[in-house]
Ligand binder design. Structure first.
Ligand code: NAI
Length: 677
């Protein structure tokens, strides 16, 4: 079906795009636009209006076409033809006018938006520059500064901001088409086209200064800088040359590793919330949440639920704990108010939706109960039993445990099909990841409801089975273990940290441990000791640090030392000596590692653990693992996650690295089938 309709209303062409869900500029839309323009010229229309059906104007290109050779007609040609047309073309803008949609608007002669319409060039988020004149027309419309900002950040701006910058002819509250009609009636001659406009000059060092700050934030992603470069061309060349250069760069970037990885992440984000097990299963309605335990995690979980408009009742042990929890949650809400995330009215509404006490009877009408008490099996079991006495039989019982088995936590519960793990990450009101853990009893509706809660509270829910550490912390354990082997064999914490930062992570493994504290890892290693394979290489350097009460930043020292009131890690001779002594004692001849060797081995063990997680049916798809690492552990999005990164390296290359890793630490790794040679 043709997604573009043409209609001649007494010399005014009406062109309607109807390509749900977001009116993307697919091949059929491009061809339809050309056809409509030809019809309008044939009919000698003086003016024309392009409108979109549905909830938005064109909100981008058809990303599924990006992996294939571009098909005619090409978007830059369509927009050039529109701009050069003898017909005076107006666009009626609503919803989110993004990417190719924004470029279409820029090429039109008259631009009118409904109040609240938002505009942006999100190509940068897919590792691209715009491909149809966005970086060349936008600076001509609104100046190079705003254009460079929008193209390099991908952020959206409101119609009013765009209007104030000169990018729109009008912003109207109602009767968009009526306003456009009047503007076109009074347009006596063809206005100056966008590509003919001059750009106001910017300071000599404007682009270079911007590039320095953007590069720092990009942490290895190339597209932000390339977008600045493309906007700069607009200030140096005429439109036709700039447009050709932009298009060439756009097409080259479509095949780049970074863009392919970012597109993988984009699609993974859409697929991750639809695991096969909940296909065609409907979620139960959720309105009331009970949280048990109002410490660090319980308070954050409460705040996340309140922000989504849910009612939250929090249960603590006694009066003083209730007061403390209340203060913690109120503090988080006040923080949101102070940072402008919520209005005063929003703050009041959330305060009203929140209650806190020590009586389980208040949980009677809860839809989902989430326990976030101490990481202690007996305490958690008791809380579940208490909850089960009071909540409805069909209400969901959830645990936020990081390492304990949810099946065992629910051992005394009659109907265990309603038990799920809801593993939040700290700080829970900010971190995007939510591991949704299914036990062997959990039923599909409980899972579907958990996924719908995740969506409601704006988290990326990822399905995980039960294993030690679930997906994320199991991956982390392998990664840290390899780091410790490298330390023992000759690397230093600062070298490993620098190598992983250079790979694109916000922090290396050792500075991160210092930030979060070494105690949890220590407790875990002790817990795992009885089941650890006797042959597995065990490096005790971290344990020795803990024995010296070097627990990280909060205790003033860990893998690094910290000067008072300063969070910057300082290399500590004592740690270097301790590592050296460890190597000496174990007869290890320390040797140098290159950053590449460090990165390769760290990514290879992640990919290996991920492959084993798939073999063990803990994750349904590799993309689930990528989502866990990107949204919970800061893995660079432009690398697509560890599984995608490993695929990019190639199975044989990863297998070869793993063979070396295995030789360096014999009997310590189980190599996934995929990487056995
Ligand atoms: P926390 O020590 O800050 O808070 C625990 C709270 O539970 C305390 O306020 C305590 O008074 C309360 N509590 C203890 N027994 C209770 C009972 N019987 N009834 C009601 N309240 C009770 O601990 P945190 O860090 O909030 O951790 C809670 C859970 O979340 C643990 O299972 C932990 O493994 C898990 N978790 C922690 C993460 C972290 O980064 N801290 C990340 C993800 C999960």
């Amino acid at each position: 079906m043709n997604p573009v309709f043409y209609h001649n209303d007494s010399g005014r062409a009406w062109v309607t795009i109807d390509n749900p869900p977001v009116n993307a500029t697919s091949q059929a839309v491009r061809a339809g636009l050309i056809e409509a323009m030809v019809s309008a010229e044939r009919d000698n229309c003086r003016t024309g209006v392009i409108v979109c059906l549905g909830k938005t104007f064109v909100a981008g290109g058809d990303i599924s076409e990006f992996g294939k050779p571009p098909q005619e007609p090409h978007l830059p040609d369509v927009y050039w033809q529109l701009e050069q047309s003898p017909v005076i073309w107006a666009v009626a803008l609503h919803g989110t006018v993004l990417g190719g949609g924004f470029e279409l608007a820029m090429a039109a002669h008259v631009r009118v938006a409904a109040t609240g319409t938002r505009f942006g060039l999100p190509e940068v988020n897919l590792g691209l520059v715009p491909g149809a004149g966005g970086t060349q027309r936008l600076p001509r419309l609104v100046g190079a500064e705003l254009a460079a900002d929008l193209a390099s950040s991908g952020r959206m701006i409101d119609a009013q901001v765009l209007f104030d910058a000169g990018g729109l002819d009008a912003v109207v509250d109602d009767d968009l088409e009526g306003h456009i009609g009047k503007l076109l009636d009074s347009a006596s001659s063809h206005p100056l086209t966008t590509s003919e406009r001059n750009i106001l000059p910017v300071a000599d060092d404007y682009f270079s200064t911007l590039a320095v700050s953007v590069e720092k934030k990009a942490k290895g992603a190339k597209a932000p800088l390339l977008n600045i470069e493309a906007v700069k061309w607009a200030t140096e060349t005429d439109f036709s040359e700039g447009q050709v250069r932009e298009r060439q760069l756009h097409l080259a970037l479509r095949d780049s590793e970074q863009s392919i990885a970012l597109r993988h992440a984009f699609f993974a984000e859409r697929l991750v919330s639809k695991p096969a097990v909940i296909k065609n299963v409907s979620a139960a309605a959720v309105k009331h949440i009970t949280v048990v335990g109002g410490g660090l995690m319980g308070a954050g979980i409460s705040a996340a639920c309140l922000a989504a408009g849910l009612n939250v009742h929090l249960i603590e042990v006694d009066e003083s704990a209730v007061t403390a929890a209340n203060e913690r949650v109120t503090g988080l809400l006040q923080g949101a108010l102070k940072r402008g995330k919520i209005t005063e009215a929003g703050f009041e509404a959330q305060r009203k939706a929140f209650s806190c006490g020590d009586d389980y009877r208040a949980s009677a009408n809860t839809d989902i109960a989430i326990e976030a008490v101490f990481e202690d099996m007996r305490v958690k079991q008791k809380v579940f039993v208490e909850l089960a006495k009071h909540i409805r039989d069909d209400a969901i019982l959830a645990t936020n445990t990081s390492y304990l088995n949810p099946e065992e936590i629910g051992a005394d519960i009659k109907n265990p099909q309603r038990i799920v793990g809801l593993h939040f990450f700290s700080p829970a009101h900010i971190m995007k990841l939510l591991e949704i853990v299914a036990t062997k009893h959990t039923n599909e509706q409980a899972l579907a409801t958990a996924f719908s809660l995740a969506k409601r509270i704006r988290k990326v829910g990822v399905l995980s089975g039960v294993c030690d550490g679930f997906i994320g912390n199991r991956m982390l354990a392998a990664y840290r273990r390899q780091g410790d082997y490298l330390l023992a064999d000759g690397a230093t914490p600062q070298q490993i940290d620098a190598a992983m930062r250079a790979y694109g992570l916000p922090m290396g493994p050792y500075e991160l441990q210092d930030l979060t504290g070494l105690q949890i890892g220590w407790a875990n290693r002790k817990r795992q000791a009885p089941t650890r394979a006797a042959t597995e290489r065990y490096v005790s350097i971290a344990d020795q640090l803990c024995e010296k009460e070097r627990f990280g930043q909060r205790s003033g020292s860990g893998w690094y030392r910290y000067e008072s009131n300063n969070r910057s890690p300082v290399v500590d001779d004592e740690v270097e000596q301790l590592i050296q002594a460890y190597s000496n004692k174990n007869g290890i001849q320390r040797r140098a590692f290159t950053d590449q060797e460090i990165q390769d081995s760290m990514i290879a063990v992640l990919a290996n653990e991920g492959a084993r997680i798939l073999e063990d049916d803990i994750a349904e798809r590799a993309l689930d693992i990528d989502m866990v690492k990107i949204h919970g552990y800061g893995f660079p999005r432009w690398r697509g996650g560890p599984m995608h990164a490993a695929d990019t390296m190639g199975d044989d290359a990863v297998a070869a690295i793993l063979a070396t890793v295995d030789k360096q630490s014999p009997n310590s790794w189980v190599i996934a089938k995929k990487y056995q040679r």
